[in-house]
Design a protein around this ligand. Sequence first.
Ligand code: UT7
Length: 323
Amino acid sequence: MTHFARIVGTGSYLPERVVTNAELEKTVDTSDAWIRERTGIRQRHIASEGEFTLDLAERASLQAIDAAGIAHSDIDLIIVATTTADQVFPSTACLLQSRLGVHGCPAFDIQAVCTGFVYALSVADHFVRSGTARTALVVGAETFSRIIDWTDRNTCVLFGDGAGAVILRRDNAPGILSTHLHADGDYASLLQVPKGVSNNLSSVQAGTAYVEMAGSDVFRMAVKTLGRIVDETLEANQLAKTDIDWLVPHQANHRIIAATAKKLGMPMEKVVQTVAEHGNTSAASIPLALDVAVRDGRIKSGDNILMEGFGGGFTWGSALVNW
Ligand code: UT7
């Protein structure tokens, strides 16, 4: 018997505090016009002091569980994609498991930065397809604002905080049609936080472990690589570009998103864009955008949805889903 994984519920959460471009104009040498023109971003949500990745993940998960109409005890796998875990350990997934009152099922974090959600979805899909799990909670959650140098205009205007979640259920029909994951660590230095637990912990404690990015190099690679993964995904499923109903991309920059849409020959009305309101929320950006388009009724039963992401590592990946 072949099993498939279907997304049966989505949820998301954004911190209350909104930081506009105008606000950033007061603290760094930037302008609303530059940020809008080069990135498409108008504002981002930033977690308040005392609000953590786990809190965001919990809010998004509760919404997804509610939308799926399942009991917490139905969940038999929890995967959280995050770059900004609250603790070195336990994993955010284990802490979330406790918050949700779930016991005993496997729970672990995945770290693939902006591609994290696609990685997590792919792993959960394999668990469900193999019959190892029946009901999986997959979350992308970030407080990226905590690893941003708010005096660096090259990075601070780009990122925001948030969380998105989906519930996957085993089904006889797809569901997730295919997932495609890639990485190339040779590009690590172009997009990184160069400090970590075993490398200069004191600088992490002092709050100097920040995102560093060679923006235009990353931009060029993202456009090229995402174009390739679109082809790979369509080919694997023997589908034509016209078979895709919605593109739900990672939300880093509206120009990168537009380039991928162009590659698909897709009008921008068929692209779910939240970058203007959310900024780049790393692993949270795809499930956040997905939840917006599900809740506003754009995504309908039977639609083919292409999700794709690119980020630090470099990592990149895609998921093709029949809704
Ligand atoms: O999510 C993970 C993957 N990340 C991405 O995909 C991000 C990819 N990169 C990008 O989205 C874009 O490269 C950026 C938005 C980061 C930058 O846009 P760009 O068109 O590539 O600009 P640039 O880096 O080539 O910089 C152009 C100019 C520079 O000034 P000079 O050297 O030409 O005088 C920058 O110093 O823009 C300047 N600049 C800014 N000016 C005003 C850089 N940041 C700012 C800023 N405000 N915030």
